[in-house]
Design a protein around this ligand. Structure first.
Ligand SMILES: Nc1ncnc2c1ncn2[C@@H]1O[C@H](COP(=O)(O)OP(=O)(O)OP(=O)(O)O)[C@@H](O)[C@H]1O
Length: 268
């Protein structure tokens, strides 16, 4: 089981059909630029400065955004694979995309949603959509586990940020995804939710692929592998223990700081 990115690029501000002068004058920027890498089962933490492309990488990998160029190949357990690229969408329509999406749990980096469905109703609906057995019981158990029982009747639009973040984690885990993709999951999360998430990550079996972007260095210590992004490209990639062995403190925080110092020095 693996995910392979091959020369993936995503440019913003150059959408097809842009006609207005205002849109044409708006400068385009790269979210991802010729990004290539491969990850296997376990936790891969994506690091990088603000605007380096972490969210873009996770969005295209969660198949909520189409890359402009390149391809992403997902290899499932049973020798099946799926290719996500402009070409594959043209070639196969949307067939197979549903299968891929069933295997992906995605936690977006958002702090507000407009939906007025309650937390519990929304999760039950999701469980029914995925034809999960005993949806109500399953949802109640998850709500209790993630400290959301008292918020189950709250409309999603009225959830405080920390509870919304916990809800997003629950909805992503409901289908027991093979690919669990989390974008800055601790941003806005309270300490209780943060500890629950760290516990969940530490107790996960290594049979799935977890991709996680974060600026939270304690969370980053959960990594088996790390990818360092810069300007939309992969600057470094490797096992956490090998990369952090290059700094005396042996921590992700110290390694990341050293990498940023090198970047600043080369830019001067
Ligand atoms: N919707 C958009 N329209 C225009 N440019 C965008 C858009 N989204 C992202 N970008 C640009 O793409 C680049 C990568 O952004 P992205 O959000 O992927 O980076 P990031 O590493 O996740 O940043 P952050 O840590 O701030 O979340 C940045 O230059 C950003 O300004």
């Amino acid at each position: 089981m693996w995910i392979h990115w091959s020369h993936v690029s995503k440019q913003y501000g150059q959408q097809e059909g842009q006609k207005s002068l205002k849109q044409m004058k708006k400068p385009s920027s790269y979210g991802l630029l010729d990004f290539s890498a491969q990850v296997r089962q376990g936790i891969t933490v994506i690091l990088g400065p603000e605007g380096s492309g972490k969210s873009t990488l996770l969005k295209v990998t969660a198949a909520v955004m189409l890359p402009d160029d390149g391809r992403i190949t997902y290899r499932f357990q049973s020798d099946q694979h799926y290719v996500w690229s402009r070409g594959s969408v043209i070639a196969s329509g949307t067939s197979g995309l549903g299968d891929l999406k069933e295997k992906i749990g995605y936690v977006p980096d958002i702090e507000h949603v407009k939906h007025h469905t309650t937390c519990e109703e929304s999760l039950i609906h999701l469980a029914q959509l995925h034809r999960l057995s005993r949806p109500r019981a399953r949802v109640r158990k998850m709500l209790a586990k993630w400290g959301l029982a008292a918020f189950r009747k709250r409309p999603l639009a009225d959830l405080p940020v920390s509870e919304l973040k916990r809800y997003l984690i629950v909805q992503s885990l409901l289908v027991q995804p093979q690919f669990w993709i989390l974008d800055e999951p601790t941003r806005g999360l309270d300490d209780y939710g943060r500890q629950l998430l760290i516990h969940e990550l530490k107790s996960l079996d290594r049979k799935r692929i977890v991709l996680l972007s974060t600026q939270d260095m304690e969370l980053a210590e959960c990594a088996d592998e790390m990818i360092l992004l810069e300007y939309g490209s992969c600057r470094r990639m490797g096992k956490r223990n090998l990369l952090t062995a290059s700094v005396s403190e042996g921590t992700v925080a110290a390694w990341y700081k050293a990498m940023q110092t090198f970047t600043r020095a080369t830019e001067q």
